[in-house]
Design a protein around this ligand. Structure first.
Ligand code: IPE
Ligand code: IPE
Ligand code: MG
Length: 250
């Protein structure tokens, strides 16, 4: 069990203990740019502020002892943005890794990056390696940061590995090569910022995930918003193809 003693967010006040918790939450952290624009600030100010929401989400999810939190930080399509924004995002990623590493480790969180990291600068790749190595032995929550990640890329790279491994591509063999295959599938997907789309996030992995969309912009997304999403999740019936009656009996 993770040692969440350094984490200040308490749980019971925002989420009654009798409700069912998701084991794995996956979040598209969207709306940073619009948050900044509303305040007549440069888009980057929204990204910076968004780091605080990411820290909050990590703390709350670790405090609830979730198995996993997966955050979409940079998509394989986000390279199409203006060069200055991309550069600022990369620098922000580097500094966030530097600033958060010790606290992640102290809280027994295992952090890793999913996505094609070969496109990143040597400096960023090195920083990622360092934090992954530092936290690799931790057995609390797994925090996966999706960076230069695309759901289609993930499926393709898994297929390529399955083929070069010379294994037949049955589902089980194939799955082993997909990102997050060592974790329970996401139970709850959250997208902030009002758009109702997947934007090439986890395509395979979200097959039976409960989807939750909110207009709240990511920098405004706080503990109470996260708890509201989790309470919404707790009220849903997951049928996985069965009838409601079957699920109620089980
Ligand atoms: C999400 O916020 C962060 C990244 C994609 C890196 P956006 O930057 O997409 O914010 P909006 O959608 O423009 O408001
Ligand atoms: C998705 O947000 C990617 C991340 C949050 C990292 P985008 O803002 O890039 O998505 P689209 O372009 O609106 O679909
Ligand atoms: Mg966006």
């Amino acid at each position: 069990m993770s040692d969440a003693s350094h984490i200040s967010h308490s749980c019971e006040d925002i989420f009654p203990a009798r409700l069912e918790l998701p084991r794995h939450i996956a979040i598209i952290m969207d709306g940073n740019g619009r948050w900044a624009q509303q305040r007549h600030l440069p888009r980057f100010a929204g990204h910076k502020s968004g780091v605080k929401s990411a820290r909050m989400a990590v703390e709350v999810c670790a405090n609830f002892h979730l198995d996993a939190l997966t955050l979409f930080a940079f998509s394989s399509e986000n390279w199409k943005r203006p060069r200055t924004e991309v550069d600022l995002l990369m620098n922000l990623f580097i500094s966030a890794l530097r600033e958060e590493a010790a606290s992640l480790h102290e809280n027994n969180i295992r952090m890793r990056v999913i996505g094609d990291r070969t496109a990143f600068s040597d400096k960023l790749q090195k920083r990622i390696d360092e934090v992954e190595t530092l936290t690799a032995g931790n057995d609390g929550m797994t925090l996966s940061i999706a960076a230069n990640y695309g759901g289609r890329w993930d499926i393709l790279q898994a297929a390529r590995q399955a083929v070069t491994g010379n294994q037949g591509i049955d589902e089980e063999q194939f799955l082993r090569h997909l990102s997050l295959s060592d974790l329970p599938e996401p139970d709850l997907f959250i997208r902030t910022g009002g758009e109702q789309r997947i934007s090439n996030f986890l395509l395979w992995q979200l097959a039976y995930t409960e989807l939750y969309f909110t207009d709240t912009l990511w920098p405004d997304f706080d503990k109470s918003h996260l708890a509201a999403a989790m309470r919404d999740y707790a009220g849903r019936q997951r049928r996985f193809g069965r009838t409601a009656e079957q699920v109620e009996k089980a």
